[in-house]
Write a protein that binds this ligand. Structure first.
Ligand SMILES: *[C@@H]1O[C@H](CO)[C@@H](O)[C@H](O)[C@H]1NC(C)=O
Ligand SMILES: *[C@@H]1O[C@H](CO)[C@@H](O)[C@H](O)[C@H]1NC(C)=O
Ligand SMILES: *[C@@H]1O[C@H](CO)[C@@H](O)[C@H](O)[C@H]1NC(C)=O
Length: 427
């Protein structure tokens, strides 16, 4: 049923795009108005270098969206000096798992002032074989994760360099929304644009900005690149990196979002990061962040906090972690459906993501990073990542004091938004 709707939507969007492209084809080069870069090549430029335009083999006569020019942009990693919480170090057992050993090795190098191990190399099969006794029992997806777990420098294919600027000057952004999405979720993104993710100034002068965070599609699905380029140009809110958009790569997505924000929106006071299937009450979020003391506002990590969790050991669970990969407790962490943090933490948070090895579960990883910085998570009852009571779900009044609810379909989000905004609403 759901896939039928998706197909119908995709067909509709395709027709629209074809029509628009057809009418625009001879008028302008779409690449001039939006920073879109596509690349099929595998050779990577050095990190920190703004690469030159690649010569293209294709004739430039072709449709500019489906045969785009190759333009690459790789940001420079910045490592700011950080103090690693000794308590966090103590909570991770030393030798029990592959990840544990990687983690402690990385910290030891950091103690020595050696950051040359922070690189983007792949983990060799020999090293994996030697370090993980039951490697053969790992799933194919785990193997993929292990081989690319040090990869931190995918190209940025679609950028929005002016997202947080006006007239060339940085804007005073109160809240930046970073929403994890995947290419095929056109409907989810559009519902968010029309409802809780609206950009602009609020009545009391607070500025909200929005970006969707995407990787690329696997090769066995229809080619949505032209649609994505069109969407990015139309709405100016799509960021896309050149990595496979899979569950185990969400940590990489998080890292890239931090990098992008540091580079293009570091003045944002607060950052929301969440999924595209949640419903957020932006009014309540803004009221909350405005109510914080300056001290709290500068080191906020708030959401629905999961305490005393530990790895799932059943292979049938999505969050399964093999014992030989990681052994130990999880730090308290905010459910990945959506959480808030202070823009002031961006530099140290980003640096920490270079030091702590990537973990297959992104919200656990984020919890580790904040723990490493000694930032206490702030539990807020308005974050309902496991949803609210069934009988309350259609009642707009219940949402007035909630910050986030998981999960809502695009249709539910629209309905809810309309009823919350209705002048007839009395609570
Ligand atoms: C620094 O790290 C690199 C890569 O891990 C390693 O080869 C080198 O021996 C380290 N240097 C010191 C002084 O430990
Ligand atoms: C890059 O990292 C890998 C894995 O941590 C390490 O084995 C390798 O020596 C590093 N390479 C350089 C040039 O530092
Ligand atoms: C993550 O993305 C990289 C780059 O596309 C890819 O090589 C790797 O296999 C992906 N990892 C997973 C677990 O999908």
């Amino acid at each position: 049923m759901k896939s039928n709707i998706r197909i119908a939507v995709a067909a509709l969007v395709t027709c629209t795009v074809v029509l628009i492209l057809y009418s625009n084809l001879f008028l302008k080069d779409v690449n001039t108005s939006v920073d879109v870069t596509w690349s099929k090549t595998t050779t990577k430029p050095k990190v920190g270098v703004l690469p030159q335009q690649q010569p293209t083999a294709e004739a430039p006569k072709a449709n500019p969206i489906t045969k785009p020019r190759l333009r690459r942009y790789v940001p420079r990693p910045v490592i700011s000096p950080i103090k690693f919480s000794p308590e966090f170090r103590r909570t991770i057992p030393q030798n029990s798992g592959f990840w544990n050993r990687k983690f402690h090795h990385s910290l030891k190098q950091l103690d020595l002032g050696n950051v040359s191990h922070l690189n983007s190399s792949t983990e060799s099969s020999e090293s994996l074989q030697a370090n993980i006794p039951d490697l053969n029992s790992y799933s194919a997806l785990y193997h993929q994760f292990l081989h690319s777990m040090h990869f931190r420098t995918p190209d940025l294919l679609i950028n929005q360099p002016n997202k947080c600027r006006s007239n060339g000057q940085p804007e005073r952004v109160t809240l930046l929304l970073g929403i994890k999405s995947v290419a095929r979720n056109f409907e989810e993104r559009q519902a968010i644009r029309e409802t809780w993710g609206q950009e602009g100034l609020t009545g009391d002068g607070l500025l909200v900005r929005r970006v969707f965070l995407l990787g690329t599609l696997p090769s066995d699905v229809p080619d949505l690149r032209a649609l994505m380029a069109f969407e990015a140009q139309q709405h100016g809110d799509v960021l896309m990196w050149d990595f496979k958009d899979t569950f185990y790569n969400l940590t990489l997505k998080d890292h890239m979002f931090l990098e992008w924000t540091l580079q293009h929106c570091s003045q944002a006071s607060f950052i929301f990061k969440g999924d595209d299937d949640v419903f957020v009450n932006p009014g309540a979020v803004l009221r909350y962040v405005k109510s914080l003391t300056p001290d709290k506002a500068s080191k906020l990590y708030a959401g629905q906090i999961i305490y005393q969790a530990s790895p799932h050991r059943s292979t049938s669970v999505k969050y399964y972690i093999p014992q030989s990969f990681y052994d130990g407790p999880y730090p308290p962490y905010a459910g990945g459906g959506g959480f808030l943090f202070s823009g002031a933490l961006l530099p140290s948070l980003y640096s920490v993501t270079w030091i702590i090895p990537f973990y297959p579960i992104d919200d656990v990883y984020t919890g580790m990073c904040f723990h490493a910085l000694g930032v206490e998570p702030e539990k807020h009852p308005g974050f309902q990542t496991f949803d609210i009571r069934e009988q309350d779900r259609e009642n707009p009044c219940v949402y007035r004091d909630l910050l986030l609810v998981h999960r809502r379909s695009p249709q539910q989000a629209l309905r809810l938004w309309r009823s919350m905004k209705s002048p007839l609403l009395t609570c």
